[in-house]
Design a binder for this molecule. Structure first.
Ligand SMILES: [Zn+2]
Length: 152
């Protein structure tokens, strides 16, 4: 069971209410599959290569799922992958390790990830921006990204 909750400094996030074993599908990443003509500025676009062709899935279009709220981390506990089910590409998020109850789910957005703000806000021990983020936290009050999403 997953919960959509505010995640400090990151907007909305997804937490697991129960423990999740390693290698489990934890969320579906819905959206509109595009081969071209996509909004490159959408932060919900993920790319995948299928049979040598690159596709882009815009999670901000089409069916919106919990998976699009999973935030970036430089030390993620999940990863994105895809499979074909009855001729349809399914983008899913899988657990890379055991995830504890109330832990936020995270994936590495990859090299195309554009940081929204002065530094990465993941706070992971291995994050290259950790010191900059600590300074940012000292001077900034966390806010919820209110552009869209459920209201509290
Ligand atoms: Zn980071």
């Amino acid at each position: 069971m997953m919960s959509l909750v505010p995640q400090p400094y990151l907007g909305w996030g997804v937490r697991s209410m129960l423990h999740i074993p390693k290698d489990r599908t934890v969320a579906l990443y819905g959206g509109l599959l595009l081969s071209d003509d996509f909004d490159v500025k959408s932060r919900y676009v993920v790319s995948m290569e299928i049979d040598g062709k690159r596709y882009f899935l815009d999670g901000n279009k089409g069916p919106r799922t919990l998976g699009i709220y999973v935030n970036h981390s430089c030390d993620p506990n999940c990863a994105m992958t895809w499979y074909v089910y009855k001729g349809t590409v399914m983008m899913v998020i899988i657990s890379l390790r055991r995830i504890e109850p109330l832990e936020y789910l995270s994936v590495d957005y990859g090299p195309t990830y554009e940081i929204n703000g002065p530094c990465c806000h993941c706070g992971a021990a291995n994050c290259p921006d950790l010191e900059a983020f600590r300074e940012y936290r000292r001077t900034t009050i966390p806010t919820i990204n209110s552009g869209w999403g459920p209201s509290l």
